[in-house]
Design a protein around this ligand. Sequence first.
Ligand code: HEM
Length: 113
Amino acid sequence: MAHAHRNHPTYWAFFIHRVSGVALALFLPLHLYVLGLALAESTAFADFISWSNTPGLKTLETGLVVFLTAHLTGGLRLLALEFLDWRSGQKSLVALSGGISLCLGLVFLLNAY
Ligand code: HEM
């Protein structure tokens, strides 16, 4: 039972928070670079947009939307944990965060095609 503490929803919430935080940090410079192309090199930007319009990239983007929502809602749970009084039901809040994230991913996916 060396890793029993890892078999808990709030451990997985920590794990998702870290992985999503790093993924967002890697995505952001790329995102700003591509947006920058729209200002200076509009053909390169248009080329990128048409190149990116593939099912594979839409799937990756959907994952990113789920990660961003998970990081946002999970981050709000952590901030509440830090600054407000303790409240029980953390597992339910983790489940709520996961559910909202998957819902937003679905909304994105339904709009993507
Ligand atoms: C959308 C609103 C966001 C909220 C509410 C939020 C909230 C938080 C909180 C509370 C933490 C500390 C977690 C802890 O104490 O364990 C954190 C960590 C982190 N955040 Fe965010 N964040 C947001 C957006 C972002 C964005 C846009 C990025 C990347 C560009 C990002 C990258 C990170 C990273 C890399 C960490 C460190 C993760 C770790 O040490 O495990 N966050 N975030």
